[in-house]
Design a protein. Structure first.
Length: 226
């Protein structure tokens, strides 16, 4: 078995390849069709929906977007939107003033630089207002089928408990996961870890007894039930 390597700078021990493969196999068994839970029909709709999903459930966003996308059908329409009208349309998603501003500014940049189309590369996406690496990777993986490792609160929590990272900053967690996991697994794994975090590995009172990963999980070993 491949020995674990301790990084002298304090990074997480590198899991044995067999352990990573075993965890991926179990996730495939339990979440074979995990996918993005935001409803969208094109890259622009996913971009807007992902901006709206900050500090908001996907379920709530999906309640708002049908009417929103009926009223605003293009980047140009969003770019020219009346801020008050857009704020009212997305109010129930929370932080609506900041989200409306980001959507308008983002779509103005899409119109000015990309003829209203959403770019399909990370560097261009993260230069858009309101778009960080997490949002960019959501768009790449789900709208363009370009591998993207999404690190949200669920992915961060589960990956740390599995012993795949000791980092706290999303970009550093993303780096660790990209080093461990083959690129063709990044998008699916993101969804699987999100589903697992919601269903089993919650922030408080994780259901370790019912977890199919418990025998391979560093957190479960260090926190046995009872």
């Amino acid at each position: 078995m491949k020995p674990r390597v301790i990084d002298p700078r304090g990074a997480a021990p590198e899991p044995a390849g067999e352990t990573v493969e075993a965890i991926l196999a179990i996730l495939d068994e339990h979440y074979p069709e995990a996918q993005c839970t935001l409803s969208f029909r094109n890259p622009l709709e996913l971009l807007v929906a992902t901006i709206l999903s900050a500090q908001c459930t996907d379920q709530r966003v999906n309640m708002v977007t049908p009417g929103l996308f009926s009223s605003f059908r293009s980047a140009k329409a969003f770019a020219e939107a009346d801020p008050g009208e857009l704020e009212e349309a997305i109010k129930s998603t929370g932080f609506f003033r900041n989200k409306a501003k980001n959507i308008i500014d983002c779509c103005r940049q899409l119109v000015a630089e990309y003829a209203g189309e959403v770019p399909n590369n990370l560097d261009a996406l993260v230069r858009l207002p309101g778009v960080g690496r997490k949002t960019a990777n959501v768009i790449l993986g789900n709208a363009f089928q370009v591998p993207g490792m999404v690190v949200d609160t669920h992915v961060a929590r589960v990956s740390k408990r599995l012993g795949w990272t000791r980092e706290d900053k999303p970009e550093k967690i993303e780096r660790d996961l990209m080093r461990l996991i083959p690129a063709n697994r990044w998008t699916l794994l993101s969804h699987q870890l999100i589903h697992h975090g919601r269903k089993i590995c919650s922030a408080r009172n994780p259901k370790c007894v019912a977890c199919p990963l418990r025998e391979l999980c560093a957190y479960a070993r260090e926190n046995p039930p009872g």
